[in-house]
Design a protein around this ligand. Sequence first.
Ligand SMILES: O=P(O)(O)OC[C@H]1O[C@H](OP(=O)(O)OP(=O)(O)O)[C@H](O)[C@@H]1O
Ligand SMILES: Nc1nc2[nH]cnc2c(=O)[nH]1
Length: 81
Amino acid sequence: MLLADDILDEGHTLHGIREWCREQGAVEVRIAALAVKAHDRCVEGVCADYIGVEVPDRYVFGYGMDYHEQGRNLPAIYALK
Ligand SMILES: O=P(O)(O)OC[C@H]1O[C@H](OP(=O)(O)OP(=O)(O)O)[C@H](O)[C@@H]1O
Ligand SMILES: Nc1nc2[nH]cnc2c(=O)[nH]1
């Protein structure tokens, strides 16, 4: 099974979904993320098998990712200061 998400930050979202998939019987669950945030706070054992781009440890938006529900349709990835 392949889980795809826009961003892997601290990993709580994908950890929860991956656990649910395993409980449902998934034999192998891999993770693909368009963006992976560069820091060492990720939930232990959660990492992306397939990475689009590594982004800095800042809030990013655009290219499908929102900032307060705005900016998802921006044609590039931007970071808050
Ligand atoms: O790795 P994490 O720290 O769990 O963060 C990543 C998650 O946060 C965002 O979802 P959010 O719940 O903000 O909803 P959205 O996708 O509607 O923006 C994003 O889409 C990821 O699913
Ligand atoms: N849009 C967006 N959602 C997130 N969820 C967790 N981190 C982020 C981030 O940097 N940007």
